[in-house]
Design a protein around this ligand. Structure first.
Ligand SMILES: [Zn+2]
Length: 140
């Protein structure tokens, strides 16, 4: 629950506005979320909304890049029956990598993107990766 820092009212409305930016020569439109205090009219973006808006922007960029969205990465990982920690060991990357991809904090590399698509599409690839990293996966 947000509270207005100006008048300390908790009568806050959540609103959406269209915004856009240019990324690699393409105009990308997205919705930003912000708050308005109904008592004093102050507009502000709270920290949760900043995170949410950043994730929206990041997802718009991955879409423009033709990369998997954070939700698609999560779906692939779950389909493969991996926890976020296991996924990092199987596919490589830092321990936090998948929680960061899936919360929209960072964008996966093109290499990671291809590897995830391959593993999702071809079971043999995934099994090879599991076998290759098997020793470390077992210790998660
Ligand atoms: Zn206020």
């Amino acid at each position: 629950m947000s509270i207005c820092q100006l008048c300390h009212s908790s009568d806050i409305s959540i609103l959406q506005a269209k915004d856009s930016f240019t990324y690699k020569g393409r105009k990308i439109e997205f919705e930003v979320e912000y708050s308005v205090c109904n008592s004093c009219g102050r507009e502000f973006i709270d920290s949760q909304q900043i995170q949410k808006n950043d994730a929206t922007i990041l997802n718009a960029k991955t879409f423009a890049d033709g990369l998997l969205s954070s939700k698609e990465i999560q779906e692939i990982r779950q389909k493969l029956g991996l926890t976020q920690e296991m996924a990092s060991k199987v596919f490589g990357g830092r321990v936090n990598a998948f929680s960061e991809y899936e919360s929209g904090k960072i964008i996966q590399s093109v290499e990671m993107d291809r590897l995830l698509r391959l593993s999702s599409e071809f079971n043999q690839v995934f099994h090879w990766l599991i076998a290759f990293s098997g020793d470390t996966v077992g210790r998660v």
